[in-house]
Design a protein around this ligand. Sequence first.
Ligand code: MRU
Length: 328
Amino acid sequence: MDWADGAVRWIDQRRLPHRFEQVESRDPEDVARAIETMAVRGAPSIGAAAAFGLALAWRVDRARFESHWLPRFRATRPTAVNLFHACDAMAEAASGAGAGDAGMLDAAQAWADAEVEANRRMGECLAGLLAVGQRRILTHCNAGWLAAVDWGTALSGVYQLARAGERPFVWVDETRPRLQGARLTAWELGQEGVDCRIQADGAAAWRMALGEVDAVVVGADRIAANGDVANKIGTYALSLAARAHGVPFYVAAPTSTLDAACASGADIVVEEREADEVLMMDGMDEDGVWRRIRVAAPGADAVNPAFDVTPAANVTAVVTENGVWRSG
Ligand code: MRU
């Protein structure tokens, strides 16, 4: 996710790992749709996308910046608070003295750079925690550089260990229904040379029961003031299993994911996505053709909450760029 020659540029994550496609656009509506359709996804990445999209909106349609574009970007996805914090930062930049095209681009770039630096520092803290013999890590969804502009949240610590010559190992939950783990995390870890195995989400508790997980590390989309954590659906179940088996459960998130205005998890809006994400599957067949097939019983309907809330009591520690906060 970056800015190149007057356009916003992103990787279309829906086609990974089969196709690496970069998209460039000078139309802010394309950027908003990229967030909605999850071509760009992951809390820090969608915040940065909104910041760059709003810098573009300022350039091409300044008259409607407040009336149309700010609400448009705020409506793209409801749960990750980074998106709303990025929109607030851009609204503030727009009302400031230096609000020219260059000033707005600088504000968007500063937002993205701050996320990357926060994730790098958070990774250092996490690597320090994991250094005490917790090298078999279980993660859920994708909380790597695709999700966070660079470095990642949960995976930042893993990458820092690997770059320091350590040999972390990652159990990758496939992460139904959109398979961010199987598609994106496994691909990213492969690019970084980190050993991993994909497992069905339902295998995670059993893996802990077998004593093969030293720590669970996940990212977050919003952390309430009381420490409750919204993250990808399935995270709550992982926290229960981790607690039952005495496995540390770490949440890695930059401070842009903290929501002081949200008293507890009960106030977090959990996104409901379309049933087809559960009923259908898409991917590449053996002949390299992209296909979409129905896997569920014909006529059956489905529910599809995209996130859940893990109570603070189940979280061993939250790791941010400012250090480790022990909660549960
Ligand atoms: O629906 P997604 O794929 O955007 O959900 C992403 C997650 O739940 C991540 O774990 C979260 O954003 C934190 S890590 C960047």
